[in-house]
Design a protein around this ligand. Structure first.
Ligand SMILES: Nc1ncnc2c1ncn2[C@@H]1O[C@H](COP(=O)(O)OP(=O)(O)OP(=O)(O)O)[C@@H](O)[C@H]1O
Ligand SMILES: [Mg+2]
Length: 339
């Protein structure tokens, strides 16, 4: 998906490298304390083409934050390295910092300052001129629906407002590469989908995004590619669709109008050769299917037999199913994960 039309810049090999992968993890390992412990991150490698979104997905304690911290120069890798916008996190940490933005898992804005003051303070640290900073600040406050709250102290903000301010602040330097550690954790569904829209807008303008999430739906909505980690290891990667296909075949789901037809419908569905599961209470039958052809065949049989159908559809495994297949536990099962 990399933009090959880089023009005259492509004469510089360094730039071409940077264009191929905006973010690259190269065998990253992080071991905390005792060597007896399993490393928190254990040989993680991946590459993110410019202008795309990588979703780093995994349950609590999988190593997502540690990976992001190594890639953003906040903690040194035990071994391996990472490149951000073409710069090496070990050899060129200052260059890495100049080309990236980070929104951590915990909001870092100053509680005692107003939203606008936070922006002025951080923008000042970046060395943005006051006049430019005020214009940019207004624009970001507007973009994140914080204009009305701009002059209130952050302490009075809701969780969603804080996260939006945090993100606005991390965009002050217009970094080409942005790392977001669980950007929507704790947000209500509406704030979450508003934030997704903002993120889509940034990516449309060419920003490369790495976001960690425990929400499979979030990865599904935003990510071009997904890397699933569990206990420090990559256990799967691919596009959302590829991962769903890995989890198995689609299912054909039929709801009959009258429970008396369940048995007849079961026989019909069974003619595809698939095992049929019946949920009598819901008047629903489920069977694995090969796609649209199976659905059309079954729909015709049902019509010809005169069985009234309330609903018929094909459902692909969700990313939740994928996660269950890969890790043996659902993302929410954080209690059991440590067990
Ligand atoms: N500073 C530290 N010292 C010791 N162990 C740590 C430290 N930071 C993280 N760990 C351990 O490393 C592992 C990975 O933690 P990490 O915070 O990277 O997970 P995560 O995927 O971000 O989880 P969550 O979804 O809960 O944010 C965990 O077992 C954690 O306890
Ligand atoms: Mg984390």
């Amino acid at each position: 998906m990399a933009d090959k039309s880089v023009g005259p810049m492509s004469v510089c090999a360094y730039t071409v490298d940077a264009m191929e992968s905006a973010i690259e993890a190269i065998d990253l390992v992080k071991r905390f304390g005792d060597t007896l412990d399993n490393p928190a991150v254990d040989g993680v490698s991946f590459a993110v083409p410019p202008g795309t979104v990588l979703g780093l997905l995994g349950p609590n304690g999988a190593g997502k934050t540690t990976t992001v911290r190594m890639m953003t120069t906040l903690t040194e890798p035990t071994s391996g390295t990472a490149r951000v916008a073409g710069y090496d996190v070990r050899a060129q940490p200052d260059d890495v910092r100049r080309h990236m933005g980070l929104t951590g898992q915990v909001a870092t804005v100053d509680e005692l300052l107003t939203g606008r003051e936070n922006i002025r303070m951080i923008g000042g640290l970046y060395g943005i001129r006051r006049k430019d900073l005020d214009r940019l600040g207004d624009q970001l406050l507007h973009q994140f629906s914080l204009t009305d709250a701009a002059d209130r102290v952050v302490r009075s903000y809701s969780g969603g407002m804080r996260r939006r301010l945090d993100l606005a602040v991390s965009l002050l330097a217009s970094p080409p590469v942005l790392f977001l550690d669980e950007p929507t954790t704790g947000l209500d569904p509406r704030s979450r989908s508003e934030l997704w829209d903002v993120l889509r807008g940034l990516v449309a303008q060419g920003t490369t995004l790495l976001l960690t999430t425990q929400y499979l739906e979030e990865a599904d909505q935003l990510a071009d590619n997904i890397v699933v980690i569990d206990r420090g290891h990559i256990i799967a990667e691919g596009s959302p669709l590829e991962l769903k296909q890995q989890a198995g075949r689609a299912s054909l789901v039929v709801t009959v109008g009258d429970a008396a037809d369940l048995e007849g419908a079961r026989t019909l569905l069974g003619q595809t050769g698939a095992e049929v599961f019946v949920d009598a209470g819901a008047r629903r039958l489920t069977a694995s299917a090969d796609g649209l052809d199976d659905m059309i065949r079954v729909a015709e049989w049902l019509r010809d037999s005169g069985i009234a159908v309330d609903d018929i559809g094909l459902s692909r495994p969700s990313l939740d199913d994928v996660f269950l297949t890969l890790t043996g536990h659902r993302t929410e099962d954080s209690e059991e994960i440590g067990a």
